[in-house]
Design a protein around this ligand. Sequence first.
Ligand SMILES: [Fe+2]
Ligand SMILES: [Fe+2]
Length: 177
Amino acid sequence: MNIYKVLSDDHEKVRMLLTELVGLNDKDTERRSELIAEIRDELIPHVRAEEAVFYNSLRMIDASKSMAMHGYAEHLEAEGMFRALQAMDKLDTSWKSTAQKLKQSIEHHIREEENEMFNAAKQLFTEEEAVAMAETFEAMKPKIKEQGLMKTTLEMVANLMPPRFSEKFRSFDLTQH
Ligand SMILES: [Fe+2]
Ligand SMILES: [Fe+2]
């Protein structure tokens, strides 16, 4: 198992959930809320662990730095759309167009990740490194799931900071205050 396989498996799960969501009938509010919760539980840990393990490794190498930054921007965009979808589900209004936009945006992101990013990463990382990344990624995900939204948002900020500052930032536990 290497990082490419574990990331692609997650992508497939999220794609299937989104496909079911956009196909739902307006009246099926119960299943809709269930699916939105399932998407959250798949998406957020995936994105955060992917940033910490995969993007941060790419970011340390000049050749792939801008690619990782582009990926971060798309994560941010998808998360914003997802939060909007959660709000719309509660208000029971225009959730479908937001769900469709989210699906399109995530599908676009997955395509870029699995093509450009994976190709670049395969040139930069050894197979051993790719296996070690997969292990770290799988170990991180359940921990992220246990953390609340506040903590995972702070983690995103730490991931985006230059490496020499991010450690310092992580050591301040803002959620304790
Ligand atoms: Fe991904
Ligand atoms: Fe991603």
